[in-house]
Design a protein around this ligand. Structure first.
Ligand code: PLP
Length: 351
C-alpha cells in the first residue's frame, strides 16, 4: 500500500510526502468508484475525496453562490439550510425573495411516506436530498427517485444527493442517485466514511460530480468544483486517505459491514422498545436513526423530559426543521450496554 507507506515514513527522504492531489489519491478515488458506483458509469475522475460530506456541502455552496434558490426536505440535516443562510440564499427573512433567493421546504411527513409531494414544490436551482434521510430514517424508493430526477430535469435544477447512510439500507432501495437513469445529467452525490467506519473524527468523505453535469451555459460543474477545491481546500489528509483505502480493502469492507450490522441491531432494540410502549415509530430499517412521534407535544419538551427523567440524550425533531416538530430522533450509535440501559429507562418512563 503505497499511500500508507508514505504516511508513516514522513521522517525519511523516500517516505516524505508533501501536498497531494487536491482531488484525492488516485487509488482511493478508484476504490470509491469501484466499491460504491460499480456499473453506474462513474469513474475515478468523477470522485473528489474530501475531509467530509459536511465540508463538501459548504464548498458546493461556494460553487453555487448566493444568487440561487434551493429546496430542502423538511425535516433534514441542518447543514443544507444553514450553509444556504450563510451564503445569503435566505428567503424567510428577506424582503425581496425574488432577488435574494428563498429556501423551499419540501414537507416530508408520515402521511406522504416522507417523500415530498413534488406537485406542490416550487422550482429551485438546487435541491438538497438526503436518502436514507437524517433524521427520519426514510429511504426513497427507485420510483420516487425517478420522479425526483425527472422533476430536476424539467426544472433545470441540480440535485445534491447526500448518501451518507446508503450502506444502512436493508431493502432494495437505491444506494446511489446514479442508479436512476439520467441522474448523471442532474445530480451531484456526496458521501462519507463517518457513519460507515467511525471516521467522524478522522474526517474523510467524497463528492461525485459526473462529467455529464453541465451548467445551463454548457460549462461542466466538475470544473468549477475542481477550482473551488484547489483554491479553498488542499486535499484530505493522506493519513485519513490511507485509512479510507484500508476500509475499502476486502477485509476492511467486511469490517465496515460488521460495524453497520452492529448498529442496526441497536436500532432494532430501540424500535422494539418504542413499539412496545405504543408509540408510532418510523425509520430504523434503513438508517441508524429512529424517529419517534409524540403527537401534540413539543419536541423540546419531550427532549427535556427524557433528559431529566432518564439522563438519556435524544435529539428534538424541530431542530431539523418545522416538519420535525412533535418527534424526537433516537440514535443507534452507541455501546450495546448503553442502548439496553437507555431502553430500560424509556420503558420505565413511558410504561
Ligand atoms: C453525519 C452526516 C454527514 C457526514 O458528514 P461528515 O462531514 O462527512 O462527517 C453528512 N450528511 C448527513 C445527512 C449526515 O447525517
Amino acid at each position: 500500500m503505497m499511500v500508507l507507506n508514505r504516511s508513516y515514513a514522513l521522517s525519511t527522504q523516500e517516505g516524505y510526502s508533501g501536498y497531494g492531489a487536491e482531488q484525492g489519491e488516485k487509488p482511493l478515488r478508484a476504490a470509491i468508484a469501484s466499491t460504491f458506483y460499480k456499473d453506474l458509469g462513474i469513474e475515478e475522475g468523477d470522485i473528489f475525496v474530501s475531509d467530509g460530506a459536511k465540508c463538501d456541502i459548504s464548498r458546493l455552496q461556494i460553487v453555487f453562490g448566493s444568487n440561487v434558490t434551493m429546496a430542502v426536505q423538511d425535516p433534514s440535516y441542518p447543514a443544507y439550510v444553514d450553509s444556504s443562510v450563510i451564503m445569503g440564499q435566505t428567503g424567510e427573512f428577506q424582503k425581496d425573495a425574488e432577488k435574494y433567493g428563498k429556501i423551499e421546504y419540501m414537507r416530508c411527513t408520515a402521511e406522504n411516506g416522507f417523500f415530498p409531494d413534488l406537485s406542490t414544490v416550487a422550482r429551485t436551482d438546487i435541491i438538497f436530498f438526503c436518502s436514507p434521510n437524517n433524521p427520519t430514517g426514510a429511504a426513497a424508493t427507485r420510483e420516487q427517485l425517478t420522479r425526483l430526477v425527472q422533476f430536476a430535469k424539467d426544472n433545470g435544477s441540480i440535485i445534491v444527493y447526500d448518501s451518507a447512510y446508503a450502506l444502512y439500507i436493508s431493502d432494495d432501495n437505491p444506494r446511489s442517485i446514479f442508479e436512476i437513469p439520467g441522474a448523471k445529467e442532474v445530480a451531484i452525490e456526496t458521501s462519507s466514511f463517518s457513519k460507515y467506519a467511525g471516521f467522524t473524527g478522522v474526517r474523510l468523505g467524497w463528492t461525485v460530480i459526473p462529467k455529464e453535469l453541465l451548467f445551463s451555459d454548457g460549462f461542466p460543474v466538475a470544473k468549477d468544483f475542481n477550482r473551488i477545491v484547489c483554491t479553498c481546500f488542499n486535499g484530505a489528509s493522506n493519513i485519513s486517505q490511507a485509512g479510507g483505502l484500508a476500509c475499502l480493502s476486502p477485509e476492511g469492507f467486511k469490517a465496515v459491514h460488521e460495524v453497520i450490522g452492529f448498529y442496526k441491531e441497536n436500532t432494532d432494540i430501540i424500535v422494539e422498545t418504542f413499539n412496545s410502549l405504543g408509540f408510532k415509530v418510523y425509520g430504523g430499517k434503513n438508517a441508524p436513526y429512529v424517529w419517534v412521534q409524540f403527537p401534540g407535544r413539543s419536541s423540546w419538551d419531550v427532549f427535556s423530559e427524557i433528559l431529566k427523567k432518564t439522563h438519556v440524550v435524544t435529539t428534538p425533531g424541530s431542530g431539523f426543521g418545522p416538519g420535525g416538530e412533535g418527534f424526537i430522533r433516537v440514535s443507534a450509535f452507541g455501546h450495546r450496554g448503553n442502548v439496553l440501559e437507555a431502553c430500560k429507562r424509556f420503558k420505565h418512563l413511558y410504561k
